[in-house]
Write a protein of this length. Structure first.
Length: 809
């Protein structure tokens, strides 16, 4: 009862004071008696409890890297960061109270003298034009009664201010006020103002700084754009003069502060700190936040939370890795990239955390993220997905054998799909492992068909993270990387193998705290097994060998850390890739023109840029830096082979068999591949006929009559024992003699057969031999050779009945 009477007396006192003030106007001759009744009515209205909503206004969201360093802020027109009362220095409090409410710590929300003084100064206007409000009244105006300039609003404002002082301490009120008010140039609250005008934190402000800010409270827009220095100087003088009058500063200090230059531009770190400028990774984090259900059910709710919610967002970003990416590019290409760009993406396989990427040129100029949006043809780096599917879904092993002989032709609807090996190499028969190391195009198109193109498209889509409507299409050219991927997708796809077959969902945000520091979101790793650990280890063993002795040798790491990876180059050298991994990181490197497909010929000192050249080198330099201080981790070895190797071939596929006669003449037959074995003991993995296989020969008698006869292939040499050759001696191959094109080299992986360079072995065409009485000719059932291709490294032959593809290692 006592408390109620005390509160009532305060309200009545406020009302009486307001009526007295109104009386002053009446004495001045103004017909304002009705306002006295409004004052008493207001007392009755505000007797009920009032729920003051003093939650902080819109605040900027701050984004941090994995180490807790701020990398950017998100806000709309309102830039605000909440600070506590303890963070606000006394110099700021002195200046603000001197200008706005010098008796703040003495009154109870309403300053009668100040109000009467303000009313008297506005009598000539015939209405309330403003002034006289305490800080508490200003808070009420901001959050409850609004800016309407009427006597009734002024009465309610005073009464509610008195009520508010009962509910909050002076320190709480001042903290709210200094975080809420607008200081101009987009700065809401004292911290944002300190950054905007002085490039400081609020703790570092002194009386001179605070005087300008205090002077801007009543006219925050006068200095917008940092242009009207005369007005700004006057506003600062107001603050300094009041502090001088109150004895807060000395005359010498006053003079010193007056001589200080005024700020000439926005000094907020948002504009001056290059680490806080909008960039590719920060932009991607923002997109991820706007899709996060934890921040709201609708996009509008999420937008408000992200840009006005005062959140603290802790991202996966590793600035050290980003710096090392840039250093690697600079080391490998010291003269710059010219019109071309390098994009790199790194994912942590065990968690799915996207740690860093290079998105392209300067963000402000480009704004197209090559790492997440730049879809380009991966070339032979896509063969990893074919190999993985072959092992996982078709039961194929790396030690199974497949033909890489080319050119090779495949039925593809109304056309023939013709494929050339890189450099128009004839290829050879090797293990799947060996074909991967030499990056045989013909072998991998065959492998994709044998495996099942639907399965390849399905598993590859899952590994990179494609939705159903974006999945890869099961075309034969898919095996050679004809369908596009982004660098980040590619890194994620390879991370499945690095993580023993489990795909971790890639993510950018670790956790989010609200403005009070409560954790409102924390990432929970989500993984799904896509392939068995056995498959992942088989593929890894092949790709590790590729870095040791295949097309990816330039990607070897300086510290001896094992690495696995695959090169890739699109047709005409328009896109060059190296994608690889260690147990710690999966990383893709892409090099190309960001705007269009441009051939990378005669650039960077190379006739043609392949994935095994510059991208592999950048990958090796970057990953060596990234793992320099990390303990070496070995890959898990693959399991023992569950069976012996087998020969893989397509239905109705023909395999060439070569039979050598006693005089060294070599005859070639084409047999169904089911009728041959592969002699892996030979240098090139030759086909040899099975015992039951039949070869067709033609025998011509003395009268010139020919007849065809099928005999066991093992008996051909016996039946065709020549005594005289009709071949020109100059064109007859000397038995066992091989010829090698100068400058051609071959690479032999441990335990592997090698790819014969074009022209590496001379094989004569089927030849006829004669005896004095009978001529016997070996014949073959051959297929028409594919359309001829040019001698360039990468060739496409257009025709009405066929298409040709060459993928570069």
């Amino acid at each position: 009862m006592r408390r109620f009477l005390w509160r009532l007396s305060r309200l009545l006192g406020v009302a009486v004071a307001m009526v007295m003030a109104v009386g002053l106007f009446a004495a001045a001759g103004y017909a304002i008696a009705p306002h006295a009744g409004k004052a008493l009515t207001a007392v009755d209205m505000e007797r009920a409890e009032v729920d003051f909503d003093l939650t902080p206004g819109a605040q900027r969201t701050e984004v941090y890297d994995r180490y807790g360093n701020q990398i950017g802020v998100l806000n709309t027109a309102v830039d605000r960061e909440i600070v506590s009362y303890d963070q606000i220095p006394q110099d700021v409090i002195d200046a603000v109270l001197a200008v706005e409410d010098e008796k703040f710590f003495e009154h109870h929300g309403f300053d009668l003298r100040g109000t009467i003084r303000a009313m008297l100064s506005n009598v000539s206007a015939g209405e309330v034009t403003g002034g006289g409000s305490t800080i508490t009244q200003q808070i009420v105006k901001l959050r409850v009664v609004g800016n309407e300039r009427t006597f009734n609003r002024k009465i309610r404002e005073a009464i509610l201010a008195s009520r508010l002082e009962e509910q909050m301490t002076k320190e709480e009120l001042l903290e709210f006020y200094l975080n809420e008010i607008y200081f101009g140039n987009g700065a809401y609250g004292i911290q944002a103002a300190a950054e905007t005008y002085f490039g400081k934190d609020v703790e570092d402000l002194d009386h001179g700084d605070a005087a300008l800010l205090a002077g801007l409270i009543r006219a925050p827009s006068v200095f917008d754009g940092f242009e009207d220095f005369e007005v700004a100087r006057k506003r600062r003088t107001v603050g300094l003069t009041r502090m001088l009058e109150l004895g807060i500063i000395t005359q010498d200090e006053f003079d010193e502060y007056q001589r200080r230059p005024l700020p000439t531009r926005n000094l907020s770190p948002r504009f001056t700190d290059k680490n806080l400028r909008r960039d590719y990774f920060f932009d991607t984090v923002t997109d991820a936040l706007l899709e996060l259900d934890a921040l709201g059910e609708t996009r509008e709710e999420r937008f408000n939370a992200v840009y006005s919610g005062g959140l603290r967002v802790y991202s996966t970003f590793d600035p050290v890795l980003e710096r090392q990416m840039k250093e690697a590019v600079k080391e490998v290409l010291p003269d710059g990239t010219g019109r071309f760009e390098v994009s790199i993406a790194t994912v942590e396989p065990s968690t799915g955390a996207v740690r860093a990427f290079l998105g392209g040129p300067d963000f402000a100029d480009f704004e197209f993220n090559l790492a997440t949006q730049g879809k380009r043809q991966p070339g032979s780096s896509f063969k990893t997905y074919v190999l993985t599917t072959a092992i996982e879904r078709a039961g194929i092993l790396p030690y199974d054998t497949i033909s890489g002989i080319g050119p090779c032709a495949f039925d593809d609807g109304p056309k023939l799909y013709i494929v050339n090996n890189f450099g128009n190499s004839p290829g050879s028969v090797k293990t799947v492992r060996g074909q991967t190391l030499s990056s045989s195009n013909c072998a991998f198109v065959r492998l994709g068909i044998v495996t099942g193109l639907e399965d390849v498209a399905d598993l590859a889509s899952q590994m990179v993270g494609r939705s159903e409507d974006e999945r890869f299409l099961p075309f034969k050219s898919m095996s050679l990387g004809a369908q596009e991927v982004t660098p980040l997708e590619h890194a994620v796809g390879y991370s499945v193998l690095a993580n023993d077959g489990i795909r971790m969902e890639p993510y950018f945000v670790e956790r989010i705290e609200d403005r009070e520091g409560n954790v409102i979101y924390e990432h929970i790793p989500r993984g799904r097994r896509l392939v068995s650990s056995e498959t992942a280890r088989w593929v890894t063993s092949v790709l590790e060998a590729n870095v040791r002795g295949g097309t990816g040798t330039r990607a070897q790491l300086a510290n001896g850390q094992p690495a696995a990876g695959k090169t890739g180059t699109a047709q005409a050298f328009t896109d060059a890739w190296f994608v690889g991994y260690t147990p710690q990181y999966a990383t893709s490197v892409w090099l190309g023109d960001p705007l269009e497909k441009v051939e990378m010929r005669n650039v960077f000192g190379r006739r043609g840029v392949t994935g095994g050249s510059i991208p592999a080198t950048i990958w090796g330099v970057y990953m060596s830096k990234a793992l320099a201080d990390t303990p070496i981790e070995e890959f898990e070895p693959p399991p023992p082979a569950p069976r012996s190797g087998r020969f893989l071939f397509l239905p109705d596929e023909k395999c060439p068999v070569e039979i050598e006669l006693a005089d060294g003449t070599k005859l070639e037959f084409e047999l169904d591949c089911r009728d041959v074995n592969v002699d892996m003991a030979t240098r090139n993995g030759k086909f040899i006929p099975r015992d039951s296989a039949l070869c067709e020969i033609t025998i011509t008698d003395e009268e010139g009559i020919s007849r065809k006869e099928k005999v066991r292939c093992s008996e051909v040499a016996e039946r065709l024992n020549p005594t005289t050759t009709t071949e020109d001696p100059s064109s007859t191959t000397v038995p066992g003699e091989t010829t090698t094109i100068p400058g051609e080299t071959t690479t032999t992986a441990p335990g592997e057969t090698t790819t014969t360079a074009p022209g590496g072995t001379t094989t004569s065409a089927p030849t006829s031999t004669t005896s004095p009485s009978t001529t016997t000719t070996a014949t073959t059932t051959t297929t028409t050779a594919p359309t001829s291709t040019t001698s360039s490294s990468t060739t496409t032959t257009a025709a009405t009945t066929s298409s040709s593809t060459t993928s570069t290692p």
